[in-house]
Design a protein around this ligand. Structure first.
Ligand SMILES: Cc1cc2nc3c(=O)[nH]c(=O)nc-3n(C[C@H](O)[C@H](O)[C@H](O)COP(=O)(O)OP(=O)(O)OC[C@H]3O[C@@H](n4cnc5c(N)ncnc54)[C@H](O)[C@@H]3O)c2cc1C
Length: 467
């Protein structure tokens, strides 16, 4: 029987990063993945393929603005969805290949098969060819991730009533895509198909889309998306989703008890994700799973069984790839006797639509609810030279700072390139910057980043320069 210092179950961004860090720290490491492709949800059916389709559809939507830039296109410009999806798959395959390369480079043993606990130090691997092998481990990291959630009354047929996984490889551009759930995943995929010509309707139970983020971001994104033609039914509770021949019928009820009926050709159910532990046999090792299906962990990501840890989507906290990665690194370093720390307040959240939406720290709603006195400074992108030069005028940066100390408590932004701009806010907050600190840093001109400096100036003393 092979024996390892650390065995990791699941090769998503949590698992494979944990494996690399364990190997770097000198542990004899193995990783078990039930699929042939490494990389988990993120690389195969999540972050990477969705961003590939967002990029392709963005290029297509840019064509509408060519004329104003003096670019004349003769002939018809058409979408070849099959080719677009094939390109997406090529990007995925290349990225997955990169993870395999990293496993080999770091001398990590990769097992393909379903990992199930035998006891607290042994994991059985059931392989596709029907054989099984058991490995021994001093320490085990559970990184089994998550799967799409569903509503109890919806029967997913994965053909017309689909999850994000199928939405990444549709055979045609829908005529009318009805999206159930206005969270990040639904909204991103909605914009892909909206750009490609679909009518897109979003039905959301709460009173706004991207409900976890600052309300000002939801408001601005809704405004921009409505301009682009997306339809929203917020404060609507979905009552039924049924197949109707080649189409779907979605019924939802508003707060007054009135029922609306939406007929489409596809219904995308994106109502969140649930932690995944099927087949893991966690009970054989005595690992506690919560009522909501999460592996329970303490602040050190350790389960109730001392040599077993859990990270990523399968434990509490934001279901984000970079959060999973930080946790993978943290467990490896804890095992090596180091004292790592994760500041969960500074895990940024990003929506990769255009405009992009990004945030870190506390929202205005959270600050109000906890009675913290704060000041807010905002700056609109349309007042920036760089935004005008490129024609990306939507959105703003908002900085929330402590009313007394001026420490930055939250940064919320929507606009071009915000997914990358948010890194400045994370860095500043990690070093406990005040709004004035940011306002005194030189920002290259002309850049979108100047909006951060201007918002900081606005928060410091209401002294933004360019509005
Ligand atoms: C459409 C979509 C878009 C997304 N976009 C983003 C984004 O832009 N940015 C972002 O930060 N996050 C994004 N996410 C979320 C991100 O994918 C997850 O947060 C991330 O993948 C979680 O990583 P993980 O390592 O915890 O688990 P996963 O990536 O889910 O990996 C878990 C792995 O474990 C394997 N596994 C499970 N059980 C077993 C077992 N018993 N034995 C062996 N293997 C097992 C699974 O097959 C899987 O490969 C997106 C998700 C979706 C669905």
């Amino acid at each position: 029987m092979s024996s390892f210092d650390v065995v990791i179950i699941g090769s998503g961004p949590g698992g494979y990063v944990a494996a690399i860090r364990c190997a770097q720290l000198g542990f004899k490491t193995a990783i078990i993945e039930k699929y042939a492709a490494l990389g988990g949800t993120c690389l195969n059916v999540g972050c990477i393929p969705s961003k590939a389709l967002l990029a392709s559809s963005h290029h297509y939507s840019d064509v509408a603005h060519f004329a104003e830039h003096g670019i004349e296109v003769s002939g018809e410009i058409k979408v070849n969805l099959e080719k677009m999806i094939a390109r997406k798959q090529a990007v995925v395959d290349q990225t997955v290949g990169g993870v395999k390369f990293l496993m080999d480079k770091n001398k990590i043993t990769v097992f393909e098969g379903l990992g199930s606990f035998v006891d607290a130090t042994h994991v059985a691997i059931a392989k596709a060819d029907g054989t099984s092998e058991t490995v021994e481990a001093k320490n085990i990291i559970i990184a089994t991730g998550s799967k799409p959630s569903n509503l109890p009354f919806i029967k997913l047929d994965k053909e017309r009533i689909i999850t994000s996984t199928e939405a990444l490889k549709l055979p045609e551009v829908p005529k009318h895509l009805v999206i159930i759930g206005g969270g990040v995943i639904g909204i991103e995929l909605g914009q892909v198909y909206l750009r490609l010509g679909a009518q897109v309707s979003v039905v959301e139970y709460l009173d706004r889309i991207i409900p976890g983020m600052d309300a000002s971001l939801s408001k601005e994104l809704t405004k921009v998306f409505k301009k682009q033609g997306m339809k929203f039914y917020v404060s609507h509770k979905v009552k039924s989703v049924e197949r109707n021949g080649k189409g779907v019928v979605v019924q939802a009820e508003n707060s007054k008890g009135e029922t609306i009926t939406l007929e489409g050709d596809y219904a995308l159910v994106s109502v969140g994700r649930r932690p995944y532990t099927d087949g893991l046999n966690a009970d054989k090792a005595g690992v506690k799973i919560s009522d909501r299906g999460m592996v329970e962990v303490n602040d050190h990501l350790q389960t109730n069984v001392p040599n077993i840890y859990a990270i990523g989507d399968v434990v509490r906290g934001a279901m984000l790839a970079h959060k999973a990665e930080e946790e993978g690194t943290m467990v490896a370093e804890l095992l090596a006797g180091q004292k790592p720390h994760i500041n969960y307040n500074l895990i940024p959240g990003v929506v990769y639509t255009w405009p992009e939406v990004a945030a870190v720290g506390q929202t205005e709603e959270q600050l109000k609810a906890s009675g913290i006195e704060y000041k807010a400074g905002s700056f609109p992108f349309k007042a920036l030279g760089r935004a005008r030069a490129g024609g990306d005028l939507d959105g703003f940066v908002k900085i929330l700072a402590d009313a007394k100390t001026d420490e930055v408590l939250g940064v919320h932004m929507i606009g071009a390139r915000c997914a990358d701009l948010i890194a400045e806010a994370v860095t500043a907050m990690e070093f406990k910057a005040s709004a004035e600190d940011i306002s005194r840093i030189s920002h290259a001109h002309p850049t979108f980043a100047e909006a951060i400096k201007e918002a900081a100036l606005a928060a410091t003393d209401n002294r933004a320069l360019h509005v």
